[in-house]
Design a protein around this ligand. Sequence first.
Ligand SMILES: *Cc1c(COP(=O)(O)O)cnc(C)c1O
Length: 364
Amino acid sequence: MLPSDGRFGSGPSKFRPDAARALVERAVDYMGTSHRKAGVRRVVAELRAGIADLLGAPDGYEVVLGNGGATAFWDAASFGLIERRSHHLSLGEFSSKFVAVTAAAPHLDEPSVRVGDFGTCPPLEAVGGVDAYCYPHNETSTGVMLEVRRPAGHDEALVLVDATSGAGGLRFDPSGCDVYYFAPQKALSSDGGLWIALMSPAAVERIERLSASDRWTPAFLDLKLALDNSRKDQTYNTPALATVFLTAQQVGWLNGNGGLEWAAGRSDRSADILYGWAEASAIASPFVDDPAIRSRVVGTIDFDDQVSADDISAALRANGIVDTDGYRKLGRNQLRIGIFPAVEPDDVEALTACIDHIIKHLIA
Ligand SMILES: *Cc1c(COP(=O)(O)O)cnc(C)c1O
């Protein structure tokens, strides 16, 4: 009754063994070669073009990349994209971490923050005197997804969307934001250490303007340097070549099978299976009440007091089904299941049967 693959983590998430096998084949001509030479730069070029294709980049949008993952991108954005004051939706661990970055930055004004309870989403509304709106496409800690859009009546402000657990798994309108940034170890089922951002001409213009201003910026976090290097299919400093390769493989796999629509369709099937099972269960229920914001890529499932979610996840782990634990800081009796496009919907079905089986034994 076990799923064919037991990895249901929300990041790092399951990646396809085929991608790793493809990397092994390039162990002697790609790995261990210069990131400034054609062999590696071709893979970076393939990755950038593949991302633009997958995300449906509008004319003039550019794919920029750098080292350090989404966390480093927050720091970089605080120097290179936010001019004075940002407005944030804060609805969980990751969205609140970006708030902490801008709140601590001495060169920025105190950010404006709209906080939502865990499992809900505060409304996105225009705010006077801010030059950047910041929210996640999918709040990975709670399993809440948002619509990518600009607030009504906004003016010159940029819209920065953290898509680390959404990019490549959720449909969206790319013209609804200026920067759609992510690390590739979650929805894109690759490995960590890299950030990738789809940027609008307005975002590029902001980067260039702030770079020409007298604001001091650490070189590692300088988005102008990242932009200039990306245009040459390079990064400012040495990237993890394996991460670049694995991400290009995953993007190629998604595009080859039908692109974002196909990928999102797979996650939709998994989400329907997972939430359908929880809604029919006497003991489990979806944590997020509103089906419109219930994530299609990270499912959070509450359990009633008869069983301990920790006991369930421990029994799953003992049988090779890993990383289903809820997010600690939520403090709920909960499992959190990564249902990214790389996960087989049939495996989600098998997982639900395994959980039912465990519950039967825990209650008996
Ligand atoms: C995991 C995650 C991050 C942090 O990514 P790192 O690559 O570990 O820095 C940021 N935002 C969201 C929404 C995430 O899920």
